[in-house]
Write a protein that binds this ligand. Structure first.
Ligand code: NI
Length: 136
């Protein structure tokens, strides 16, 4: 089994907010992230795919194909978007990095499986210091 990785970047706005809570409760838990006027991040998405080497190409998966899948299915929807309002697959969900990583997994896993490979990991970096890893 060999692992390959593709890194993409996007910028997006969001607000962390629990609609069932008071403003005070939201501020206490989410702090500045609950700002009603939103705030933004420059995200880095790292997609790791595993599989066996194809004897016809020497590749696990053509990285050009992987790039297109990530760009078309995920980055095009997230880049310069408001995660709370603009993104169909985030509607009604918390826009935390954890939830976003799970939703990205659900979208990418079947598309990657079509290439006879398996999605292994989604790593989503929200800041230089904060990141989430999801293994399905
Ligand atoms: Ni944030």
């Amino acid at each position: 089994m060999i692992y390959i990785e593709r890194k993409e970047r996007f910028s997006a706005a969001h607000q962390l907010y629990n609609p069932n809570w008071t403003v005070e409760q939201n501020d206490a838990v989410f702090g500045k992230c609950a700002n009603k006027n939103f705030h933004g991040h420059n995200f880095t998405l790292v997609v790791t795919v595993k599989g066996e080497i194809n004897p016809d190409t020497g590749f696990v998966m053509n990285l050009v194909d992987l790039k297109k899948i990530i760009q078309n299915l995920v980055i095009s929807k997230l880049d310069h978007a408001n995660l709370n309002h603009d993104v169909d697959f985030m509607r009604g969900k918390f826009t935390s990095t954890e939830v976003l990583a799970e939703e990205i997994w659900k979208i990418l896993a079947p598309a990657i499986a079509e290439h006879k490979c398996q999605l292994h990991r989604i790593r989503l970096e929200e800041t230089m210091n904060n990141a989430v890893e999801y293994f399905g």
